[in-house]
Design a protein around this ligand. Structure first.
Ligand code: NOJ
Length: 547
């Protein structure tokens, strides 16, 4: 029996503040912009907001490099704006979750400055080595950089400006607990824990074995120490609050996830896994391959079955690091149908839904063609690497960026069809996708048949039918390459979800007996057993007992 919890019943909406709504015209989205849009969030029906970082930061990695965890970056506003946002959201019964980025800090954080200068107590706050290690960085290139002042190498699994904290040191763990407590005392309701399964590192930071990707990863991924440190954080702080955590945990399997989610230890309440994000690439997004529906269905179903009754899934297709789902897995000729089908396929599964800003109106990849339009540090690093190390042509590298760059997901939110998309500035920090003339919130609100209206319906149904939240999951016709078909069961109730993942007309298999079921959702008007391209339907039956 699954233990009930508000964070299992809620729907999360992720806001990437830089790109959401600019209230003062400086080109950068801000907290007052979010406050302005709270009624929009309420009308969508979401119950939890996840805010990507708004802390003080030199913005080497758009706020994922924090220089002061208890200050708001002036680009986003002030601490009193933040307090107001928490209050305004709570007033309309929306909870708020913040990003906890504590595998690393910014190199401009005072802890790092003190560590560089070997100030007492800070000498080993970070990982320092006399000799250079051979680990590689997630952003391409090396993970060890020489520091001229300290005359040693420091570890940074991400950019040079994101040194990794040394969690072995009690004072580091205490400093993190202090930050967590600070924000929970302000009233926030939980954390999305950035790359949290990287915090524990092997003693002595030994060199990694040869590997084309992420050399050294065997010495830190899901290290037993990470479990211990998370248990300590839960015991000392989190368990005293009514909050939840969602870990960002790449390189995990359902078996590993269950280790993080043991109910008595509560290391993490749920996790973002990445296996389904490889449905259109060779495990690394910079090596793309043709998308096949089976490559999405297999991992999703593996996680549904693997965590059923043992852990809790997150249901996501997009975030600020992933390109737009309708561009990846949908079909341009059936744009609206496929966007709705993807939502149906995902959000009727077991787990907490996460919607990334703009996904609910079917925002697409921007596919920039000029290098100067890209702002993301990862994309710019990869451009250099591909050109210099892999000897790719400019054209080929630009093609790669247009498919896989994170900037595809970071273009300003498309509120209306005006030149700035209603974002609030003529000079947004990242260009507006020109398709805002048709794809925008205003149009979606006007059209009863829009993607946005469909998302509203899904969220409404999740509130109405506990089976969607707590029901068991079973695959049907798993081997079918074009259909994604599954059943949910809860007490006497049953739900059948049917998604046509192709541009063909397909008949619902004969053995799917829909007698006694009512159709509670679909993205087309058809009634026959013949499914049109990218059609999605959800059927519900109150009692499976024969009358
Ligand atoms: C994961 C975040 O989602 C991503 O945006 C960031 O670049 C890395 N962690 C480093 O913090």
């Amino acid at each position: 029996m699954i233990k009930k919890a508000w964070y299992k019943e809620g729907v999360v909406y992720q806001i990437y503040p830089r790109s959401f709504k600019d209230s003062n015209g400086d080109g950068i989205g801000d907290l007052r912009g979010i406050i302005e849009k709270v009624p929009y969030l309420k009308s969508l029906g979401v119950s939890i907001v996840w805010l990507s970082p708004v802390y003080q930061s030199p913005n080497d990695d758009n706020g994922y490099d924090i220089s002061d965890y208890k200050a708001i970056h002036p680009d986003f506003g002030t601490m009193s704006d933040m307090d107001e946002l928490i209050e305004v959201l709570h007033k309309v019964d929306i909870k708020i979750v913040m990003d906890l980025v504590v595998n690393h800090t910014s190199d401009e954080h005072e802890w790092f400055q003190k560590s560089v200068n070997r100030e007492p107590g800070y000498e080993d706050f970070y990982h320092w080595k006399k000799n250079k290690g051979n680990w590689s960085s997630f952003f391409g290139g090396e993970a060890w950089t020489y520091h001229e002042i300290r005359k040693e190498y420091y570890l940074h699994l991400f950019s040079k400006k994101q040194p990794d904290l040394n969690w072995d040191k009690l004072e580091v763990r205490e400093a993190v607990k202090d930050i967590v407590k600070y924000w929970l005392d302000k009233g926030i309701d939980g954390f999305r824990c950035d790359v949290i399964n990287l915090i524990g590192k092997e003693d002595g930071l030994p060199n990694g074995k040869f590997s084309l990707i992420l050399r050294g990863r065997e010495h830190y991924l899901n290290h037993p120490k990470s479990h211990r440190y998370l248990q300590e954080l839960a015991k000392d702080v989190l368990n005293q609050y009514d909050c939840f955590t969602v870990g960002e945990t790449g390189f995990t399997t359902p078996e590993i996830a269950c280790l993080y989610q043991k109910e008595d230890l509560r290391e993490l309440d749920m996790m973002f896994q990445f296996e389904h994000m490889a449905a259109d690439n060779h495990f690394v997004k910079w090596f793309p391959k043709k998308f096949k529906p089976m490559n999405l269905k297999k991992p999703l179903s593996k996680w549904q079955n693997g965590l059923n009754g043992k852990g809790w899934n997150t249901l996501y297709l997009e975030n600020h690091d992933q390109t737009r789902s309708v561009s990846r897995f949908g079909h341009p000729d059936w744009y609206s149908e496929s966007a709705k089908m993807l939502a149906t396929m995902l959000y009727f599964q077991q787990g907490t839904p996460f919607i990334y800003q703009g996904q609910e109106i079917g925002m697409t990849n921007a596919n920039f063609t000029e290098l100067s339009d890209y702002k993301d540090i990862e994309s710019l690093n990869i451009y250099q690497l591909a050109r210099k190390k892999l000897l790719y042509s400019h054209r080929k590298t630009m093609k790669l960026l247009s498919i896989a760059s994170r900037d595809n997901a970071r273009t300003p939110m498309q509120w209306d069809d005006t030149a700035d998309g209603g974002f609030g500035s003529d000079r947004p920090w990242l260009k507006v996708n020109p398709n805002n003339v048709t794809i925008n919130v205003k149009n979606n609100l006007r059209d009863e048949d829009s993607i946005l209206k469909y998302y509203q319906k899904i969220i409404q149904l999740r509130k109405q039918y506990p089976i969607i939240v707590y029901g068991d999951y079973q695959d049907l016709h798993f081997k079918d390459k074009n259909l994604y078909l599954y059943q949910r069961t809860y007490n006497e109730e049953s739900m059948i979800v049917i998604c046509n993942f192709s541009k063909k007309f397909i008949t619902i298999p004969d053995d799917i007996d829909l007698t006694g079921y009512i159709k509670i959702l679909s993205n087309t008007a058809s009634e026959e057993r013949l499914l049109s391209p990218y059609e999605a339907r959800v059927y519900y039956k109150e009692s499976t007992k024969k009358a």
